[in-house]
Design a protein around this ligand. Structure first.
Ligand code: PEP
Ligand code: MN
Length: 327
């Protein structure tokens, strides 16, 4: 249960009361507000001293205005579309440096790339691990693009601290509650993907784990779900993005690459996501996709990225009635 004390006097009373009672509780600050959290039942009198947050910290009932998340000098959730672009996997220092340079020229705001890859088969390329993170960091130092990269296990975190600006929680780890609690205890921004087999409310429950740990820097990244359809790799439902806008104040990103599965479907899905309310896109781009070591069929070429970037920004600015600042 979550309670926001009515006043600092009420906060003191609640502290004393809850300290004496049998329920375990803690106090935290989020979005400049003090919140008392208990995973047990609160004594009835406690309810007189604060307002119960019924929908959770992610919900519009708790915070109505759109949240923004800052990564380096980039603001996600604002009146500019943020595009993170880069390879599925970091394959070499040169590969990621070249792609970072090119996507920066074409208008990307962040570089993405997996150093730890969650592969279906243990015999597929597993990523370069800590070396891969170093290559991302040097590409970032050269281009000024902040880095987003997936963390698979909390024991790898020391390798991420000084190399990565935003931690990606992948679809397969979207309900890894110990990983979610861990990233919730840190301040680094989190890009939280939906589990391919999870409902929207289960996904918002995952976001709640990160927020309730005290980390308010959460961006939701929709990457589609598993359905019976198999022309595309996953099913990206525009309704999910549109409805998320009503349910949560958190910024919404979309990854059109994994649901597309094929490069020719990536741009249409990206545009549908922008039309539905996404304020960030994460796109897989490779300078030689046919030779990529993972997700070769869905990584778009630099030329395709150039068109996607231009069209997605035009649509965003048309819908949001703003002037494009990056083309
Ligand atoms: C990725 O973005 O590299 C990735 C593995 O995506 P997902 O977790 O959505 O499958
Ligand atoms: Mn991929």
């Amino acid at each position: 249960m979550l309670i926001i004390p009515h006043s600092s006097k009420d906060e003191e009373v609640l502290n004393d009361m809850l300290g004496d009672s049998s329920c375990s509780f803690r106090r935290m600050r989020l979005y400049d507000r003090t919140i008392i959290i208990s995973d047990g039942k609160m004594p009835h009198e406690a309810l007189l001293h604060g307002e119960v947050v019924s929908g959770g910290l992610h919900s519009r009932k708790f915070k109505n205005n759109d949240s923004e998340v800052t990564v380096g000098d980039i603001t996600i959730g604002s009146r500019n579309l943020v595009i993170a672009a880069g390879p599925c996997a970091v394959e070499s220092k040169d590969q990621v440096a070249t792609i970072a340079r090119e996507v920066k020229k074409l208008g990307a705001n962040m570089i993405r790339g997996g150093a730890y890859k969650p592969r279906t088969s243990p015999y597929s390329f597993q990523g370069l691990g800590p070396e891969g993170l170093k290559y991302l960091k040097s590409a970032s130092d050269e281009t000024g693009l902040p880095v987003v990269s997936e963390i698979l296990d909390l024991s790898d975190y020391p390798n991420f601290i000084h190399t990565v600006d935003m931690l990606q929680i992948g679809s397969r780890n979207s309900q890894n509650f110990s990983l979610l609690k861990f990233v919730g205890s840190q301040h680094k921004p989190v890009l939280l993907k939906n589990g391919m087999g999870n409902s929207t409310s289960e996904w918002l429950g995952s976001a709640e784990y990160v927020l309730s740990g005290g980390n308010q820097n959460v961006v939701l990244c929709y990457r589609g779900i598993r359905s019976f359809e198999n022309v595309t790799r996953f099913t990206m439902d525009s309704g999910t993005i549109a409805s998320l806008k009503t349910l949560t104040h958190l910024p919404i990103c979309a990854d059109p690459s994994h649901p597309a599965g094929k490069r020719e479907f990536v741009e249409p899905l990206a545009l549908a996501a922008v039309a539905s309310g996404a304020t960030m896109l994460e796109v897989e781009v490779h300078s030689d996709p046919d030779r990529a070591l993972s997700d070769s069929e869905q990584q778009i070429t630099l030329e395709q990225f150039s068109a996607l970037n231009r069209n997605a920004r035009s649509l965003f600015h048309l819908l949001h009635n703003t002037t494009p600042s990056v083309f």
